[in-house]
Structure formats: C-alpha cells, structure tokens
Design a protein around this ligand. Structure first.
Ligand SMILES: NC(=O)c1ccc[n+]([C@@H]2O[C@H](COP(=O)([O-])OP(=O)(O)OC[C@H]3O[C@@H](n4cnc5c(N)ncnc54)[C@H](O)[C@@H]3O)[C@@H](O)[C@H]2O)c1
Length: 415
C-alpha cells in the first residue's frame, strides 16, 4: 500500500488528525475536495487557527489529493467529513454516502474504514451494511469498519490527542482491534466498545454540554422576568454546595452543539426535550435584543456595537455562531450594527471605530481580549452618553447582564 492512512475531509477535525498521523511517522494522505484548502496546505499554510498545527505542517511529510479514490491506496481510511442535520431533525449523510460510493470499487481485503465524524446511532452499522451489500465483504474479517468519534474541541487537538481516551466501536470480530492499532499511534488509552455505544457516547458528550449551558441561559431569562440578578443566583446555588454546580450563561452554539442533539432527537424517547434545550440556547440573542429595547426604546437608527463573531472564546471559527443571529435580529430592528472581532477572518471594524458613539454594546463572544482593561476602558470612553452594555458572559466582571457603561465601569473598577 502507498499510504498507512488516508484522511478524507481535511477540515477542523481532519486536518489536525492528518498532521498528527504524519507527525507520528505514518505515511499519510490528506484528501479534500476544496482546492483552495489544498493549495494552502501544499504551501504549508494552515487555513484556520489550531494551536501547534503550523509547526507540524511546516515539517510534515504528507501528500494531498482532491480525489477520494486516492484514499483507497491506504491501509487505513479515516472519514472526517461534515455531518450536518437537515431541518427535518435528521442526520444528513450525503457527504459520507458520496465518499463511500467513490471508494466502493477500489476497496480491498485488509483495509479499514473509520468514521471519525459525529454520527447518529446505527450509522456505523449502515456503513458496514453498505459495504457488505455492494461488495459482499465480510466486515470484521475481510475488511474493517469502526466508529472512533472525535471528542477533542477545536483548538485543543495537539494538547489532548495524546491523553484523551480514544473510544473505538468496531464492527464484527476484528475491526476494533485493527482500528485500535491505528489510533494507538497517538499513545492515548484506547477504549473498545460497540459501534452504537461509541456513537451514543459522542453525541451525549455534546448533549450534556448543550443542556448544561441551556440551564443558566434559561435562568438568565427567568431572572430578567423577576428582576433578579442571574450571577447572584448562580453564586447562591454554587457556593459551598457539594453536589455539582450551575454553569455561567452565554451564547451556546457552534457547528457541533447546534446539530448533534438532533442525532438523538431524530428518534427520541422524549421527543421535544432536546429541542427545548436547543430553543433555550437559540433564544439568547432575541432575549438580548428585547432587553436592549426594554431599556433604550426603539433601536431604529441607534448604533449597536457587537463585539465577537466567533461562536466561542478565543477561536476564529464563526460557523453556526449566535452572533450572526444577533446581528440579523438587530438589523430587523433597523439598528446600525457595527462589528468587531480581532480573531475571525471576516473583515470587521477595529474596536475604537466599532464602539465610537455606540448607543449599545453587546459582548457577544467571551474572547480573553474582551476582558482586557484597555478594551473595557475604550468602550467606556468612546460610547455615547448613557450607552447600554449587554454582557451575558460577564466580561466586565461587574455581575450585570445589562448595565450602563458608566455604571459597569465603576463596578468593574475601570472607571
Ligand atoms: N469542529 C469540531 O470542533 C468538531 C469536534 C468534534 C467532532 N466534530 C465532527 O467532525 C466532523 C467534521 O467536522 P469539521 O468541523 O472538521 O467539518 P469541516 O466542514 O471543517 O470539514 C469537512 C471537510 O471535508 C471536506 N469535504 C466535504 N465534502 C468532501 C468530499 N466529498 N470529498 C472530500 N472532502 C470533502 C470539506 O472541504 C472540509 O474541508 C463532523 O461530523 C463534526 O460534527 C467536529
């Protein structure tokens, strides 16, 4: 075989994984149909931010291809394609099916196929059945199929790949063992299970996070209704309480959390429960817009600065960010929206320009830089008199979701 491993889909998950395999000494092929992305990596430029990746890309011996069929020249094939959810609350498997069809004529005895993407329960069984149906393979003996879910958050790949237990759900007799040897290259503990348990473990890892953050977000909205302070209530819940605690409110989204719950919801035993979790998190932008209106009156013609386009702290990833939804909602109120985010690729205004004369500022992402005293000072000095700040992340450290800039500056000690 020409390669030890081929990774199909060199995105946020697949590219660091391919680099990791190459760095571990495996003859590696990275496959992607995005030619711009391939041009970048061939020139040894990372197409997105991933700490540690630049150095490995600079030295890695790795081949790239835009042809999925080239992956069939590898002993092990790993699929890291996107798995979105249809609005029907159903996994969209079209990318995976397309790649399977491209691979089918070329697969040979002894090869392994691993699904690293997040998938709905029983998808691994479907893939193995597809290979058996169309090529007659005895999966688990002749050819090996497994689910080895990616549980590392973007931005943490090289920090966690060597330690985070790697779950492997192999089909049939030997798939788990074969794919375990491949991922053993990273040195983290390998945990063998069944395919469906691996699928459930991954999606419920994310459902747990999605629900964990929905609770403080719902509490934040309840507190507004009762004229209570959410940060005070969370402190009352958590202080010296020995049985777990409440997380902090904020925008909860991103490509994974926003859709992975749907892979359970599509055949749920409690239909609607996880949809409600989603609805709570999805309501936060509207809650902030309504909160601004309650305090400032109509937003028509008012300048609103939105700080942060990324979906979470200190990332350049804007995919499925609630900031975009917030901006759309503000524009529907005829507000003049000014945007600043120092990390994302989308061009935005610089901070001073975005906040100058603003009637309101929404701290939409909790980037570390937004907690910087210099940033808070600039907001305090440059916004209009009586400017309102919406700060669900408590970037100001003032313990107020809504507060006037002057008041927050005093509370946070930046005045
Ligand atoms: N991003 C994360 O933090 C994260 C974490 C854990 C798991 N996941 C899961 O991993 C999977 C991949 O997510 P991602 O964020 O890396 O997605 P992504 O969109 O960044 O990457 C997918 C890549 O596949 C390529 N691609 C699409 N169709 C192709 C085809 N037919 N042939 C070749 N390449 C093709 C795209 O160009 C893209 O580069 C998803 O199932 C996701 O849910 C993501």
């Amino acid at each position: 075989m020409l390669y030890d491993v081929a990774v199909i889909g060199c995105g946020r998950v697949g590219l660091p994984l391919a680099l990791g395999f190459a760095d571990a000494g495996l003859r590696t092929l990275g496959v992607d149909n995005d030619t711009q992305r391939l041009d970048a990596v061939r020139e040894r430029r990372m197409p997105f931010e991933e700490p540690g990746a630049d150095a490995i890309l600079a030295r890695a011996e790795i081949d790239w291809s835009s042809q999925v069929s080239d992956a069939a020249g590898a002993q092990h094939i790993v699929i890291t394609l996107g798995t979105p959810s249809f609005s029907h609350i159903e996994i969209d498997l079209s990318a995976i099916r397309g790649v399977l069809d491209d691979l089918l004529p070329h697969l040979q005895d002894g090869q392994s196929l691993t699904l690293r993407s997040t998938i709905a329960p029983r998808t691994t069984e479907f893939v193995s059945g597809y290979l058996a149906k169309h090529r007659g393979f005895d999966v688990g003996r002749q050819i090996f199929v497994a689910h080895a879910p990616e549980r590392i958050a973007a931005g943490r790949f090289f920090e966690e790949i060597g330690t985070l237990p790697c779950i492997i759900g192999g089909v049939g007799e030997r798939s788990g063992e074969v794919v375990g040897e491949l991922f053993g290259a990273f040195g983290a503990p390998i945990v063998q299970t069944t395919p469906v348990q691996a699928e459930l473990a991954k999606i419920w890892t994310n459902i747990l996070r999605y629900a964990t953050f929905a609770l403080p977000n719902l509490l934040m909205m309840d507190c507004e209704q009762y004229d209570a302070n959410v940060f005070d209530v969370i402190e009352l819940i958590n202080r010296d309480y020995p049985r777990g605690g409440m997380a902090q409110p904020g925008f909860t989204a991103g490509t994974c959390l926003r859709k992975d719950f749907a892979f359970s919801e599509e055949r749920s035993n409690a239909p609607g429960m996880l949809l409600a979790v989603s609805r709570v998190n999805e309501s936060v932008p509207l809650f902030l817009v309504e909160g601004l209106k309650r305090r400032l009156g109509s937003l028509s013609g008012k300048k609103v600065a939105v700080l942060g386009l990324a979906f979470k702290a200190d990332t350049d990833d804007e995919r499925d960010s609630l900031s975009h939804k917030l901006i759309r909602l503000l524009e529907r109120e005829l507000a003049d929206v000014a945007i600043h985010d120092p990390l994302v690729e989308t061009p935005t205004l610089d901070l001073d320009e975005a906040v100058a004369g603003a009637d309101a500022v929404v701290m939409a992402a909790n980037h570390s830089v937004f907690r910087d005293q210099a940033v808070l000072l600039s907001i305090g000095e440059r916004t209009a008199d009586g400017a309102l700040i919406a700060d669900p992340w408590d970037c100001w450290g003032s313990g107020q979701v809504f507060g006037f800039a002057r008041e927050l500056a005093v509370l946070s000690g930046t005045a």
